[in-house]
Design a protein around this ligand. Sequence first.
Ligand SMILES: [Zn+2]
Length: 157
Amino acid sequence: METIAPEKRFNSLIQLLNALPDEQAAINHFTAIRWKHGAFCPHCGFTKVYHFSDHRTHKCGDCRKRYSIKVGTIFEDSKVGLREWMLAVWLTTSHIGGVTSTQLAKDIGVTQKTAWFMLHRLRCATQTKSFNRPLNVEIEADDDSIGVEKNNKDLIA
Ligand SMILES: [Zn+2]
C-alpha cells in the first residue's frame, strides 16, 4: 500500500486526484494525517489499536469499540466518501474567496444540500485548525435532513 506523507500539500487538483485514485487511497491518506503521531481511540484516547484487514475498521484495545477513521472528526456520520471530502478540502482552501455550495456540489458530484453541509463542517475545521469534531456541534448528515443547532452560530461568528 502506497502511503503519502501526512504533511503533503497538493499543488494542483490533478495531483490530488492522481494521488488519491480511489476511496481506499483517500482513507489511507486521511489515516496518515489523523494518526500522524500514532493511532488512538476516538472514544477513550487509548493508544493500543487493532487494525482490521479491510483497512477501514479499527478496534480499541481498551474500550473494545470498533470505529472508522472518520469517527471523532468533522467527517463523521456523513455518507460522503473521504475522497470527496479531500477534494472539498482542496477546493475550499485553494480558491481565494472560497467555494459556494452550488459550485462544490457540481465539482464533486453531490447535492447542493450535502455541499452546504460539507462547507459548514469545513468552516468549523478552519476555525479550530483541526479535523476534530467540535463537541458542541450536532449536525445531521442526511441528504434529506440537515439540522444545525443554534450553538453553531458561536463557531462561525
Ligand atoms: Zn477506546
